[in-house]
Design a binder for this molecule. Structure first.
Ligand code: GLN
Length: 456
């Protein structure tokens, strides 16, 4: 813990941690020492970790990287951070992210962007760590903490993991409690671990999941011993390669990474099968209807009354002006864009044409996966991202759709509620990390981790 606190102090340029909690960290580390001495050390006893700013942590600023939550000090702890604490983990502080988890580059944060510790060869252009869990990815990759929590609505654990050469798993929807995690799109949001290795992810996931009566979508299922599943034996497993993910214009580096990954799994005894997920191309547009729709509804609670920021009002302003001024000041551009898109697709005249149609597309996407799993496929191998980490400003200066295209391989997984993991498996020509994604059957994270372990 002390070494991490020192590393964090020396790594301000990465802008990964946005709130430091050294007092809490040292107190928990001392407790962990006592538990270890007493022979009662749970799985994560004494392990220093970072927490994404989306998680409510009691008495510690939890702003979802938004101005609108300025000054908000939760009175309670999210279920996941409470579980991590009882597993002995030591919180070092809160991590940077895109505002309300909307973004793929950590550039929409009120704290400014986090920075990727990796560079392209000798070029010192600063790169994005990805998003929205960019601070988590940067902190783990730069050894500021041993692991971090992330959340993933359309790729926000897996894309930053791939951009920084670490492992990130988004569990099945319902595996981890969403209670106390600031909501973006409730039917898509899932938390998960971001770690250096697959084994670390297995251990941390075990501490994070489990049934929570406070989240009505939390699954009442036993939590398997994920670490015990890492046997390295994947003989006879059927791994599908979806032809629709071989996108036109895919960089040669990514194609090669994908082929090499398939060969690696084949050498380990898996059977590689060509599969089809025919509705893939509709996933991204449908996601960018459903996610903003849910966000516009979830973000209605930020009204200047109940949480955080309230605009300074002029004499004679009424409640409408208070809402308008507070929300105009408190939300950044991308969040405002999502609220407007979401409100539009939910409005009476457009509900059927956009929102309902997107929900139907979502059902078809889910069915694509069910069909291949019914054919005996155990896991699906795809690239995690369409490129390596890009430069800061490179995408955010373009039109927003360019940024949205980053999620092309990851959003399908959230739409279908499936578990997905990103594993670093190579470098591109410029020496930047690249990751592959494995998608698993619902609730079979143990199997998924074990296939990922064979890729590592
Ligand atoms: N990049 C996607 C978005 O901006 C996904 C974000 C996420 O998974 N939280 O919506």
């Amino acid at each position: 813990t002390e070494a991490c606190l020192k590393a964090i102090d020396g790594a301000g340029a990465l802008n990964a941690f946005v709130h430091h909690t050294p007092e809490i960290a040292l107190e928990r580390a001392a407790e962990a020492d006592k538990r270890i001495a007493a022979g009662d050390a749970p799985d994560m006893c004494g392990l220093p970790i970072g927490i994404k700013d989306l998680f409510c942590t009691e008495g510690v600023p939890s702003q979802a990287a938004s101005r609108i939550l300025e000054g908000f000090l939760p009175q309670y702890e999210s279920t996941i951070t409470a579980q991590l604490k009882s597993a002995g983990a030591v919180m070092l502080g809160k991590l940077n992210m895109d505002e309300f988890a909307m973004g793929s580059s950590n550039e929409t944060s009120v704290y400014g962007n986090a920075v990727n510790p990796w560079r392209r060869g000798n070029d010192d252009t600063q790169l994005t760590p990805g998003g929205s869990s960019g601070g988590s990815a940067s902190a783990v990759a730069a050894d500021l903490c041993l692991a971090a929590t992330g959340t993933d609505t359309g790729g926000s654990i897996r894309q930053p993991a791939a951009f920084t050469g670490i492992v990130g798993i988004k569990p099945t929807y319902g595996r981890c409690s969403r209670w106390g995690v600031v909501a973006f799109a409730s039917s898509l949001d899932q938390a998960g671990p971001m770690t250096k290795t697959v084994r670390d992810s297995a251990i941390m996931l075990g501490a994070m999941c489990g049934h929570d009566p406070k989240d009505s979508t939390s699954a009442d299922l036993p939590v398997p011993d994920f670490e015990a599943a890492l046997t390295g034996d994947i003989r006879g497993r059927k791994i599908g390669i979806p032809r629709e993910y071989r996108m036109e214009g895919m960089p040669a580096d990514i194609e090669k990474l994908w082929d090499d990954g398939a060969a690696m799994l084949r050498d380990a005894g898996a059977e590689i099968v060509d599969i089809s997920l025919p509705h893939t191309k509709y996933a991204l547009p449908a996601y960018y209807v459903i996610a903003p729709a849910e966000a516009s509804s979830n973000l209605a609670r930020y009204d200047g009354v109940r949480f955080g920021h309230r605009a300074r009002l002029d004499h004679g302003d009424g409640i409408t002006e208070m809402y308008e001024k507070t929300r105009a000041e408190g939300f950044g551009t991308e969040v405002q864009r999502r609220v407007m898109v979401g409100t539009y697709v939910l409005s009476a005249g457009f509900y059927d044409a956009y929102y309902n149609r997107a929900r139907k597309v979502r059902t078809l996407i889910k069915k694509d996966f069910e069909d291949v799993f019914a054919q005996g496929i155990d896991a699906i191998l795809t690239p995690a991202t369409p490129s390596a980490a890009f430069g800061l400003g490179e995408m955010s200066d373009a039109d927003p759709v360019q940024m949205y295209l980053n999620d092309v391989f990851t959003v399908t997984v959230n739409m279908a509620g499936l578990p997905g993991i990103a594993v670093p498996t190579g470098l591109d020509k410029q020496g930047l990390p690249l990751g592959l994604q494995l998608i698993g059957r619902p609730w079979e994270e143990a199997d998924l981790l074990s296939s990922a372990y064979a890729l590592e």
